[in-house]
Write a protein that binds this ligand. Structure first.
Ligand code: CA
Ligand code: CA
Length: 270
């Protein structure tokens, strides 16, 4: 604990600088929160904070707001991200369960020698992962907002580039809580994805054939419509190993509230 306290004491002037820095540089960088679908009462729900970066970054801070009556933030970290692989020397988080606010800051290097360790320009990729538990009775689209913390010295959503703050464009996200679950691509209601699913989909679209029991599963490219492009996407996946159907595909996911395509259940998600 002593060592940790020492690290944090040493870190304070730099983090204070990060949080208080003014005169942020303009840029086309983007920070956004992902959208995930869960069932009511889901626990440990992982929500990524995703970034595009024009330049390599040496650190970042985030301030995320959520509805504390519906969500409980149980943690935030860089596990499984490219940031983790860079072995950040400083990170700190603060969760306020009453306000529904989580703060998180990461600096890749705080101890000499400072070698300008940085996360290269690029993306989109997760910078950090938020974890939430969802209230059992809740349904609907629960927003997650990137917004400054309160107080005279707010913590902002920013990147650190060569010791200066860069304020990226911010995009909020959401947790969609819905009871129904589905997987894209499993169009003909069995437990495999193969050419028969594409043929079934083409039959429905062009020949007036049977509607898929879960029409939502036919939206393989994830644009909320079912048309020829979905069948082509599926054929490319089956025969060429091209991009897999949009999520939820690897596992069953909830149908977001207001999703325009019905789903009457899928054997693969029972
Ligand atoms: Ca099938
Ligand atoms: Ca589609």
């Amino acid at each position: 604990m002593k060592a940790l306290a020492a690290v944090r004491r040493r870190a304070f002037p730099l983090t204070a600088f990060l949080f208080l820095a003014s005169g942020a540089l303009p840029g086309a960088d983007l920070m956004r929160i992902g959208e995930v679908s869960v069932q009511p009462g889901g626990t440990g729900v992982a929500v990524p904070i995703i970034a595009n970066r024009d330049q390599a970054i040496q650190g970042f801070s985030v301030s995320v707001w959520y509805d504390p009556a519906i969500l409980a933030c149980t943690g935030v970290g860089v596990e499984g991200t490219a940031v983790e692989a860079l072995l950040p020397e400083y990170s700190n988080s603060k969760i306020d369960p009453a306000l529904g606010n989580v703060l998180y800051a990461v600096i890749l290097e705080i101890s000499p020698p400072i070698d300008l360790v940085s996360l290269p320009a690029g993306g989109p990729e997760p910078l950090a992962i938020l974890r939430f538990d969802v209230a059992g009775a809740a349904l609907g689209l629960i927003p997650l907002e990137l917004r400054d913390s309160p107080g005279p010295h707010p913590i902002r959503n920013l990147f650190v580039v060569l010791g200066e703050s860069v304020l990226p464009t911010l995009q909020d996200g959401a947790i969609a809580i819905a009871a129904d679950r589905f997987r894209r691509g499993y169009v003909n209601a069995d437990i495999r994805v193969d050419i028969s699913d594409a043929i079934f989909l083409l039959g429905y679209i062009f020949l007036g054939g049977q509607e898929p029991v879960c029409l939502a599963s036919g939206d393989t490219n994830g644009d909320r419509r079912v048309d020829l492009s979905d069948a082509v996407w599926l054929l490319n996946y089956v025969f060429r190993g091209d991009r897999s159907p949009a999520e939820p595909f690897l596992e069953c996911g909830a149908i977001p509230p207001g999703f325009p395509l019905p789903c009457g259940g899928q054997p693969v998600c029972l």
